[in-house]
Design a protein around this ligand. Structure first.
Ligand code: ATP
Length: 587
């Protein structure tokens, strides 16, 4: 397939507003492609050449570099590019308008296929070492020499991560289902396959070339991360047990970092909940697994928790985050020792056990762990008594933990990769105290500080994530909860993500002084969720406006373990808002 066709489809999808229509257009495009091309099309469309966990170099071309590419390709000065960029706010449109006037760049223009574009971008991402910046620019300029201005527009957006089709991975799964099965009936099977193999391109290729039965038989592979199961929240133990089906395994909820451990003989790989390899952060955990996990081949899930080296007491999550580094890990291991508490097993010695009910998995988990202080299964107990659940909850808090997670134990209580369902229900102290639970929001902009805050940001503009159209609608401006240290850290962390204009995936009526790429996720507490004429989250779902978080404050917790698409979603906020309304009617 020629890239021209993909660019034409992007153009159509972008100018269509309904998500059903967008999906249909993308499915038509997929239908026209060969199975060999489809993986590349998906990769270009999601803007990631390879899944994170493969640890292959990615594009991540900064706006500054993109400006140089457009300047070279269009034979215009960088300052002219910047001027147009300030006006359009979009490097793609900037490229398109400047290249329109350039005439033919290449003497013998070649037709550019989708695979050519992918391969060039892959080459670009692989360039490293001294002179690599020039090499990247020259390869990109060479590619653009053979493309039309419209194609250049989309290439520039793809390499800078600003392609905004409003599709997202859920929309792409819809489109795959429509394209190759003609309807959405087996859409959930396709999503399951994606949750198990964490690779949209692979799912697309298998579906296009082998069909739905092959998709249904995709199994977890040791060494490939499985998208993690998540918990819903409730604040009342009777309700929790009811939702779980009467009886539940009530476990302590530990406050640390979730790890998915893949053991294959002596080789141990640790994945984070955003499917990144984090083995290097926890050499001690690798050693515990090698020594104290008796299975030869297995996939386990657990929580890494920081402990005080003197007293052995649990330390806060912030301490654990000091382990998020690539160097000096030896010293950190001593300063911030960790223990692991395992709560699930998904694969055991060649067998996928994720479809076993919870208590069977728990039994298998207990059978493979040689328990010690460093590594053990989570503390938990099966109960059908709300009072007992409250007692376990109190005991968990007393010993420095966050609360409990009640897990359904009925026959259907399988491990549901990638989903947040009533099979797991969390209860934290804050819900009991009647406060709104924290939300995880994406920083999209900021206002400069005044007075004591001169030189740093005074207010942060934050968004939720909307997976329906892959956007980041704003929900609040945060001006409190910042220590001086946090204010400096905001500046340090965000400066590298600064943009000339608002990112096209961000939806905001609020004008920020500075805009950022939607990448950094923070934890925010608020008093309640209210209807707002200003904020965008939930517009179209909620009557009279969008949703806003009232009195939002930063908790001090950077959610480095979450990628922006794992932030609190618009539908989570709508649920929280509706529950809050029901509760206030009850009282
Ligand atoms: P939170 O901020 O409450 O952790 P979240 O959105 O990050 O919420 P959820 O999936 O909703 O994550 O909550 C479950 C998280 O709690 C898991 O990802 C895991 O890291 C952690 N956890 C701690 N103890 C347990 C346990 N016993 N079983 C399952 N998960 C646990």
């Amino acid at each position: 397939m020629l890239y021209e066709r993909l660019a034409q489809a992007y153009e159509e999808i972008e100018s269509t507003s309904g998500s059903l229509e967008k999906t249909k257009l993308f499915s038509e495009l997929l239908n026209e492609s060969n199975p060999e091309e489809i993986g590349y099309i998906i990769a270009l469309t999601i803007g990631r050449l390879h899944p994170d966990w493969m640890e292959l170099p990615e594009l991540g071309i900064a706006e500054k570099v993109a400006i140089q590419v457009v300047s070279s390709a269009g034979s215009v000065s960088e300052s002219s590019v910047i001027e147009v960029l300030r006006f359009t706010g979009d490097i793609g449109l900037t490229a398109e308008s400047l290249l329109k006037g350039r005439g033919q760049m290449s003497l013998f223009p070649e037709e550019v296929s989708v695979i050519d574009v992918f391969n060039t971008l892959d080459d670009v991402s692989n360039a490293s070492g001294s002179g690599s910046s020039r090499e990247k620019i020259s390869k990109l300029v060479g590619l653009i020499a053979n493309t039309t201005p419209i194609e250049a527009k989309f290439i520039l957006r793809t390499i800078t991560g600003t392609l905004r089709l409003g599709l997202g991975s859920m929309g792409i799964l819809d489109a795959l289902s429509l394209a190759f099965l003609g309807n959405r009936e087996s859409r959930s099977d396709i999503e399951k396959a994606f949750n198990v193999c964490s690779d949209l391109s692979q799912v697309a290729v298998i579906l296009a070339s082998e069909g739905i039965e092959a998709i249904r038989s995709i199994k977890a592979v040791v060494g490939t991360p499985i998208r993690m199961m998540a918990a819903k929240k409730l604040s009342n133990s009777t309700e929790i047990l009811e939702k779980a089906g009467g009886t539940a395994l009530v476990e302590y909820k530990y406050d640390g970092e979730r790890v998915q451990v893949h053991k294959n003989g002596d080789k141990v790989t640790l994945f984070s909940r955003r499917q990144e390899v984090i083995t290097y952060q926890y050499p001690d955990v690798v050693e515990y697994v090698q020594n104290f996990v008796k299975a030869d081949i297995c996939i386990l899930e657990g929580e890494c928790i920081a402990v005080d080296p003197e007293t052995g007491r649990i330390r806060p999550f912030q301490e654990l985050m000091r382990r998020r580094r690539k160097t000096g890990i030896e010293a950190m291991q001593e300063e911030v020792p960790v223990i692991v508490r395992f709560f699930d097993i998904l694969h055991l010695d060649g067998r996928d056990v994720s479809n076993e009910p919870m208590l069977k998995r728990r039994e298998l988990l207990e059978s493979v762990i040689e328990t010690s202080e460093k590594i053990a299964p989570t503390i938990g107990e099966v109960t059908n008594d709300p009072d007992r659940l409250d007692e376990i909850f109190a005991a968990s808090l007393e010993t420095g933990h966050e609360g409990v997670i009640a897990k359904a134990v009925h026959n259907e209580s399988t491990y549901q990769a990638g989903s947040r369902s009533w099979l797991w229900i969390k209860l934290k102290a804050s819900y009991k105290e009647g406060l709104t639970d924290s939300v995880d929001l994406v920083v999209v902009g900021a206002m400069y500080g005044r007075g004591k805050r001169t030189g740093v940001y005074g207010t942060i503009l934050a968004s939720a994530y909307d997976p329906v159209n892959d956007t980041f609608p704003t929900v609040c401006k945060i001006g409190t909860g910042f220590t001086d240290e946090a204010l400096n850290e905001f500046k340090e962390r965000l400066e590298g993500f600064q943009l000339e204009k608002m990112n096209p995936k961000v939806q905001s009526d609020v004008k920020a002084d500075v805009w950022f790429e939607p990448i950094v996720v923070i934890e925010v507490l608020g008093d309640e969720i209210t209807v707002s004429p200003v904020h965008h989250a939930g517009r179209g779902v909620i009557e009279d406006g969008g949703l806003a978080i009232r009195f939002p404050r930063f908790t001090g917790r950077w959610r480095d373990d979450k990628d922006p698409t794992q932030a609190t979603t618009v539908s989570d906020l709508v649920d929280l808002f509706n529950n809050q309304t029901i509760r206030s009617q009850d009282t």
